[in-house]
Write a protein that binds this ligand. Structure first.
Ligand SMILES: [Fe+2]
Ligand SMILES: [Fe+2]
Length: 204
């Protein structure tokens, strides 16, 4: 799917479907984090007005997803609870900044922004892959309504992936180096995913 180097292990979907409540709670937090990450990147993109606009629109869309997952939690009588630690996102950000130092991206505002946009793109790509798996498994189980919701979000995440890569290219002003860098971060992402324990979480 998209630029991912490592497909999700089949055990993940079994555990996710086995504890849908936990997946929905984690999913709600993911949408909230996606919105707040888009806003915090917008605040650091003042030199690129078009990027600010695009990130604000993205934040609004992620907030609307957050609201819809909250509605789903309410319908099922599930409490939101505190956000669980997301080792996937933490490790991915760490991997990106470590390789960024070692590789061609030198410290600097634009390089930092490009790196964070690409990390965001990878998170969208992985969510996209997982929403597809959830949608298919829910369909098989006969939960057509929730399957439809995840199908819709699957398409959104694919679009967000492309948007964030395009924004990174706008900021860097060079598509080839951004695509090469995306490939490197994608390989790190694959290694991180291989180490995950398959917990019932969007990035478990
Ligand atoms: Fe979203
Ligand atoms: Fe998204």
């Amino acid at each position: 799917v998209l630029c991912l180097t490592e497909p999700t292990d089949a055990r993940w979907i079994e555990r996710a479907i086995g504890d849908l409540d936990a997946v929905l709670v984690d999913h709600a937090h993911c949408e909230m984090k996606a919105a707040s990450n888009a806003l915090s990147l917008a605040a650091r993109s003042a030199a690129f007005p078009g990027v600010v606009r695009a990130l604000v629109a993205l934040a609004e869309e992620e907030l609307s997803h957050f609201r819809r997952v909250l509605d789903e939690l309410d319908r099922r009588g599930i409490a939101l609870g505190h956000p669980p630690v997301d080792p996937y996102a933490v490790d991915l950000r760490k991997a990106a900044s470590t390789t960024a130092r070692a590789e061609r991206w030198r410290a600097g505002g634009a390089a930092w922004l490009v790196e964070r946009l690409l990390v965001g793109a990878l998170i969208e790509a992985r969510s996209c892959e997982r929403f597809r798996l959830l949608a298919d498994a829910l369909r098989v189980r006969g939960d057509g309504e929730l399957a439809g919701f995840y199908e819709e979000l699957f398409a959104c995440e694919a679009r967000h992936f492309r948007l964030l890569v395009d924004l990174a290219i706008d900021v860097a002003g060079d598509g080839d180096s951004v695509r090469a860098r995306l490939g490197e971060i994608s390989r790190s992402e694959g290694e991180i995913v291989r180490r995950l324990d398959g917990a019932a979480a969007i990035h478990g």
